[in-house]
Design a protein around this ligand. Structure first.
Ligand code: 57M
Length: 358
């Protein structure tokens, strides 16, 4: 909105020319998100405490989690507000991709919200059934994929990291891949969200990686120089990634150990799905597997554990997702979280290196 108000003033005052630049508006988006989130979160924590929006009625938690009962949840609400408002303030609102990712944030945030509310209202702490949640996720992921697929000029070729000459064209099957990535990442972030700061850390590294990629992919000169796909209009997503980064850092301030607020499914589902939607738009679908390796690791640990128990009657991990395994091995919560962050940072750097190593 400010972009549309302030930039036209450059005709009279050249100083307003600065609002044309994506880099400048990204910095403003990061700062606005940080300010909104720093000021809004303490208020939300107070209100959620008052309204008893608290985690958790489950009894089957590792021992150390019992002390976490009563922590307010649904902090994803603040993340959504402090991502969407700065985006609407500083991005070009005629941009299609900005609306697609905003829709992804809101729709998956909505599913998470339904789940969180049901968990709070039910006596046993159970949310909406796994099946209903999955159907809703598939439905919205399908809608988002269709909206992207039918956009004029949308590329259905894949970028394979490290191999610049291999770009398989999936045609209509791209829609299936798109649904799989969005639903998978959404659930991957959700499974990771089990220790203070554990999910938001890797979300921040993926977000930063995509912020840089969105800028490069949306700029024809850089895209040509780096021999990556040029996606017209994707550059505006740099601003949205900036807003998400600011919102995430603001959330981490309160979510770091000992957490004063959890993001809830409202946060985990929406953040995962929107990162996936961004990956699809900036043509870095496969790269998401590397950059978001922590989410892949957590999800794989659950799949391995469930299959192993089914087929061999034995567990591979003391408990899945894998962060519980390390907890039960006696690792301190802070150690697990920071180590996972370090891995995530390394993965983000590997993802960035694919720009040159190809
Ligand atoms: C949600 N939710 C956290 C909080 C957060 C199939 C199966 C593997 C599913 C999985 C599952 O239910 N995962 C999804 C995990 C919960 O956090 C809330 O949920 C939101 C995210 N959706 O924002 O509102 C608890 O996690 C802790 N937490 C923190 N800090 C944070 O910043 O400490 C969360 C955020 C919170 C808090 O204690 O209450 C959760 O873990 O419940 N199920 C599991 O993860 C279960 N694993 C399991 O059953 N493993 C089996 C098999 C089936 C794979 C096995 O290994 O044999 C574990 N879940 C729980 N206890 N609660 C088992 C132990």
């Amino acid at each position: 909105m400010f972009y549309h108000i302030l930039y036209p003033l450059h005709i009279k005052f050249t100083v307003f020319n600065v609002f044309r630049y994506i880099t400048f508006r990204t910095v403003l988006a990061i700062l606005s998100a940080l300010i909104i989130s720093f000021f809004l979160t303490p208020y939300v924590i107070r209100k959620f405490n008052e309204w008893k929006i608290k985690s958790d009625k489950r009894e089957d938690v590792p021992e150390r989690h019992i002390e976490k009962k009563g922590t307010p949840t649904m902090g994803g609400f603040v993340i959504l507000v402090s991502t969407i408002i700065p985006t609407l303030l500083w991005a070009d609102l005629r941009n299609y991709y900005i609306w697609i990712v905003t829709f992804t944030l809101l729709s998956f945030g909505g599913i998470g919200f339904m789940d969180d509310i049901k968990k709070l209202r039910s006596a046993n702490g159970k949310g909406i059934s796994g099946r209903t949640k999955l159907y809703l996720q598939i439905f919205f992921a399908f809608l988002i994929s269709i909206l992207l697929y039918f956009k004029y000029g949308f590329i259905t070729e894949l970028t394979i990291p490290f191999f610049k000459n291999i770009t398989p064209n999936l045609g209509i099957f791209y829609i299936v891949l798109c649904i799989f990535i969005i639903v998978g990442t959404s659930n991957g972030v959700n499974l990771t969200d089990g220790l203070d700061g554990l999910a938001i850390g890797p979300v921040l590294t993926v977000c930063t990686t995509f912020l840089l990629f969105a800028y490069l992919v949306g700029n024809i000169k850089f895209a040509q120089y780096l021999q990556i796909f040029y996606v017209k209009g994707a550059g505006e997503l740099t601003i949205l990634c900036g807003a998400m980064l600011g919102a995430g850092i603001g959330f981490l301030w309160y979510n770091t150990y000992p957490a004063e607020l959890f993001m809830g499914d409202t946060g985990s589902l929406s953040l995962g799905a929107s990162l996936a939607a961004i990956a699809v738009i900036i043509k870095q679908e496969v790269l998401l597997v590397i950059a978001g390796g922590i989410f892949v690791l957590e999800t794989s640990s659950v799949i391995i554990q469930v299959l192993s128990f089914k087929w061999r009657g034995k567990r591979v991990f003391k408990m899945a997702p894998i962060h519980h395994h390390f907890e039960l091995k006696g690792w301190n919560e802070g150690k697990i979280v920071v180590r996972f962050w370090i891995i995530s940072l390394i993965l983000g750097l590997i993802a960035l290196s694919t720009l040159k190593l190809r």
